[in-house]
Design a protein around this ligand. Structure first.
Ligand code: HEC
Length: 108
């Protein structure tokens, strides 16, 4: 299992050659590659229990970033009770930036 996770992380790292202006498109790809949709949905696709539509209007970019890098801390801070807990992702900074750009663009 661990090696699968590492392979996914490595692949995501190699994909980080895309130009910066494509941050949103890249973020969407990272989102797909990291299988965020196992627990989240965007535009009706994925796990409806964790809809992320409108998250860009609800959370600040820093809060979105903290969810990705420190989900445990955010779970405690936001007092969420949904299970399973989100894990902390150790992604290359570029990928986290792209995810933040993508999720930040999801406004209702
Ligand atoms: C194992 C399930 C799981 C996976 C996989 C997962 N999350 Fe989460 N995530 C959660 C849970 C549980 C919460 C707590 C809030 C809730 O109820 O959705 C959460 C919360 C969030 C929030 C805050 C949502 C809000 O409305 O306040 C963001 C943003 C987020 N996740 C992004 C991501 C991204 C990006 C990925 C992929 C890199 C990801 N998550 C993968 C379970 C998961």
């Amino acid at each position: 299992m661990r090696s699968i996770v590492m392979a996914v992380v490595l692949c995501a790292g190699m994909a980080s050659l895309a130009p910066a202006q494509d941050a949103k498109a890249k973020g969407e790809k990272v989102y797909t590659d990291q299988k965020c949709s196992l627990c989240h949905s965007v535009a009706g696709k994925g796990n409806a229990k964790g809809a992320l539509d409108g998250v860009g209007g609800k959370l600040s970019a820093d809060e979105i970033r903290n969810w990705i890098t420190d989900a445990k801390g955010m779970t405690a801070k936001m007092k969420t009770t949904r299970k399973p807990d989100m894990k902390a992702y150790t992604l290359p900074k570029d990928d986290v930036d792209a995810l933040v750009a993508y999720l930040g663009s999801l406004k209702k």
